[in-house]
Design a binder for this molecule. Structure first.
Ligand code: HAM
Length: 427
């Protein structure tokens, strides 16, 4: 039998370590700069730690995603599927609530979920996790969201966006779930199988369904954000106002729902389009009530985690785009030996005027030269041979439309100058 890594797990090879470390180091410097200390918790915990906290209607439990087993001493053990519950257990067990509040803690390491494997969704994956414990003000929510945004930005990503919503207070959630049950029970038969299950346990999660039929059924229904109680609404408005003030790019998401049960009020995610269906790089929210539920004092808290694999995937995607954008706008092709020097001369002039220009270093026949131009990613190719020379002209070819015409050298230089300004490239 050929030995292989278990499905959904992977090796992190030496050549991947630098980028990996850079992502964690970027987050560490942002978070420690904001007063967080690093906490390392065990990779496995008593199963109750997670069973109590993530909630019986959470995906982790409903979809049996936890790796739970009995050890030799007969203890029920779970490989951690997330950080928050273990961090809260450690916070309580080590009496950290007696320190000046808030306590800010960050962690990194592997997590385990028995999920359906696809791009961005693995059975062993890694997170950077951050929690602010002991602070109820909306300012903590805004700070938390901003730190999530910035941790990823400092790693080098530029096109990620925050989705901000609120799941309301427990009463709001219960009322909203009742509303959904009342609306959807008569249409139960038309719902997908997963949504039928959710209708019993956690109707709100139906909003997250990717099934088109489900989406059509819920299209006209109110969203959690439309039905917040007064206090949750005011809290939410204050969080949003801070983020607007600070210039954090966010979109309101009235139907944000999270897969874990402990969230109250603010819920948020950070997304990046271009890494497939699993576009959430990270997510989190407020979880007042959890510390008490796990046997600690009644203290509020908020936090988030981002997936390291997904952030690396997004960074790679942006770099591919960035290197494409730094390719040439114009590619020059010499059709005879005398043209080699002319092409190189013109390239120097254009480059000093800021136009990204490349050229073939040797005489080419037109077919081969155009192929090379095409491969370079340039929008235009300009060819020079003996007939162009006698007219003091160039053959200009638009590599997108295929249109070709003869232009004077002056025209070519003017056109190339405009290319430099508009940064026009093949899109
Ligand atoms: P989560 O939304 O379950 O939240 O996970 C956060 C991030 O971890 C996701 O956005 C994703 O990037 C990554 N992730 C989750 N599952 C997988 C997977 N199977 N494969 C690859 N990446 C994955 C939590 O875990 C909460 N504990 C966050 C939190 C902290 N809330 C409050 N404090």
């Amino acid at each position: 039998m050929k030995l292989q890594a278990v499905k959904g797990t992977s090796d992190i090879l030496p050549e991947q370590q630098t980028r990996w470390r850079a992502v964690v180091a970027a987050a560490a410097s942002v978070l420690e700069g904001a007063g967080a200390g690093k906490l390392t918790t065990p990779i496995f915990e008593h199963a109750e730690v997670f069973e109590k906290s993530v909630g019986e209607s959470a995906d982790l439990v409903v979809q049996k995603e936890m790796y739970t087993f009995d050890d030799r001493g007969g203890r029920r053990i779970t490989l951690r599927p997330e950080f928050t519950a273990g961090v809260v257990r450690a916070f309580i067990e080590n009496g950290m609530y007696t320190r000046p509040l808030p306590v800010k803690l960050w962690s990194e390491g592997p997590l385990f979920r028995a999920e359906n494997v696809q791009r961005g969704r693995y059975r062993q994956f890694h997170q950077v996790n951050f929690e602010i414990l002991g602070l109820a003000t909306p300012l903590a929510d805004a700070e938390s969201v901003e730190l999530l945004y910035r941790s990823i930005a400092v790693a080098g990503l530029t096109k990620h966006r925050i989705k901000l919503g609120s799941v309301g207070d427990p009463e709001d959630r219960a009322a909203y779930n009742d509303y959904l049950r009342a609306e959807l029970t008569p249409k139960r038969a038309q719902l997908s199988e997963t949504s039928r299950e959710r209708l019993e346990l956690n109707p709100m999660r139906i909003l997250d369904s990717k099934d088109e039929g489900d989406q059509a059924l819920i299209a006209d229904l109110d969203r959690p954000l439309d039905r917040l109680g007064e206090e949750a609404k005011q809290h939410f408005d204050e969080v949003a106002a801070y983020l607007t003030d600070w210039g954090v790019p966010y979109d309101l998401d009235p139907s944000i729902v999270r897969g874990l049960d402990y969230y109250r009020r603010t819920a948020f995610e950070v997304h990046y389009h271009g890494i497939g269906a699993q576009s959430a790089l990270g997510g989190g929210g407020r979880y007042d009530g959890l510390i008490q539920m796990l046997g600690g004092p009644e203290l509020p808290a908020i936090g988030w985690a981002f997936g390291i694999e997904r952030v690396l995937d997004a960074l790679e995607q942006e770099q591919v785009e960035a290197s494409a954008a730094s390719g040439p706008a114009l590619f020059l092709v010499p059709l005879d030996d005398a043209a080699v020097g002319e092409v190189a001369n013109l390239a120097q002039r254009l480059r000093s005027g800021g136009v990204r220009t490349e050229f073939a270093y040797q005489r080419r026949n037109p077919g081969k030269g155009l192929k090379e131009a095409d491969r370079s990613g340039a929008r235009f190719a300009a060819l020079r041979g003996s007939s162009e020379r006698s007219d003091d002209a160039w053959q200009l070819k638009d590599l997108v439309t295929g249109e070709q015409r003869q232009v004077s050298e002056l025209e070519l230089i003017e056109m190339a100058g405009r290319l430099g300004e508009t940064d026009e490239r093949r899109g």
